[in-house]
Design a binder for this molecule. Structure first.
Ligand SMILES: *Cc1c(COP(=O)(O)O)cnc(C)c1O
Length: 348
């Protein structure tokens, strides 16, 4: 197992020698060159492949911290509202720690892989007849009334843990990249990257911080519109959020870096999703592809400097959402089990 994230970046995390480290070997994810997309855009595009984390998303970086601190503080259980990946991660880390996990999800709205994870790890899964935002509101009230630890990204320890992705990128590149492109849902992750890059520069580990570009889906773009969205809708279920808890913080972070938040359409997201899979061999979930869709959009409108080093955060693994992958691909061809039929299909 890789060294626990908490041990690798202990100097940058609010832990002590008495904090029990709950780890599944998270972090140390690959930073993969994207040669096809780099040639297409004129920038040097790299993907931070967060799907390589133990439960298949970046949420594990925050969850190792949140669950370790919950154990340290003597919580009876952890609880979250989730579009899917937070519940998968919370369920796994709680199982590891021997804690009870409760997850509230929007009914019928979470990808199959994520639901499977929450269930197999033994979380109590409650499906609400509501969107993510209402589920989060209920969770916030539960933790006020019971000894249960909230592990949504409102939990500061989640953000502390998620900063480590910025540290890894800087360690690998030898400095901060010119720009970071990242999907934005509840806006915790872009806030964490901003804090991470800032902390690394302040510690003298890098000379600069990157420009931060956040991308929401057109049908779930409250930060672009400047007001909450009542019924957010997008194929990118992980960012189907109408009222981001860290919206103001994230907007401030992006603006002060010289960047901004923008919307990309579902068509652009799915185009980037297919390109990554077919031309680069990288399979991410649809929400993750919003970062690459955004980079492509910026490149085509002159918004990416030629030769700039641009890291796109691929937040979750493609296997999380097999339904969309199959839907977006050509149908499987059924044939009789005969050589001539196979040859005919292959060579005409
Ligand atoms: C959680 C998640 C996001 C959004 O992150 P926020 O911190 O909510 O902005 C994006 N992509 C995937 C795959 C996620 O699981």
């Amino acid at each position: 197992m890789p060294q626990p994230l908490i041990d690798r970046y202990r100097d940058f995390l609010p832990v002590s020698s008495s904090t029990p480290v709950v780890s599944l070997g998270e972090g140390a994810t690959p930073l993969v060159e994207l040669p096809h997309l780099s040639a297409r855009t004129g920038a040097r595009l790299l993907a931070k492949v967060e799907g390589a984390n133990p439960t298949g998303s970046f949420k594990d970086r925050g969850m190792t911290m949140a669950v370790s601190k919950a154990v340290e503080q003597g919580a009876d259980a952890v609880i979250c509202a989730s579009t899917g990946n937070t519940s998968a991660s919370a369920a796994a880390y709680a199982a590891r720690a021997g804690l009870r996990a409760v997850v509230l999800i929007p009914e019928g709205k979470i990808a199959a892989g994520k639901l499977a994870q929450a269930l197999i790890h033994g979380a109590q899964v409650l499906a609400l007849d509501a969107g993510f935002d209402t589920a989060l509101e209920i969770v916030r009230q539960i933790v006020e009334r019971h000894n249960v630890s909230l592990v949504n990204s409102l939990n500061e320890y989640r953000i502390d843990g998620q900063r480590t992705a910025a540290y890894e990128i800087c360690d690998e590149l030898g400095d901060a990249p010119d720009a970071l492109c990242i999907p934005v849902g509840n806006a915790g992750n872009v806030s964490a990257y901003s804090l991470g890059f800032g902390a690394y520069r302040d510690a003298g580990r890098t000379r600069r911080v990157p420009t931060l570009f956040g991308f929401q889906a057109t049908g779930a773009a409250p930060l672009v519109l400047g007001h909450p969205v009542e019924d957010p809708e997008t194929v990118a279920s992980a960012i189907r959020i109408g009222n981001p808890a860290r919206g103001q913080q994230a907007l401030g972070a992006m603006e002060s870096s010289g960047g901004q938040v923008e919307a990309v359409s579902d068509e652009e997201i799915l185009e980037a999703y297919r390109l990554l899979a077919r031309r680069e061999g990288v399979f991410c979930e649809p929400a993750s592809a919003a970062s690459v869709a955004g980079a492509l959009r910026r490149a085509s409108s002159g918004g990416l400097r030629a030769g700039a080093t641009v890291v796109c955060v691929l937040t979750g693994h493609g296997l999380k959402d097999p339904t969309t992958a199959i839907q977006e691909s050509a149908a499987v061809k059924a044939l009789p089990a005969r050589l001539d039929a196979v040859e005919e299909a292959l060579f005409g």
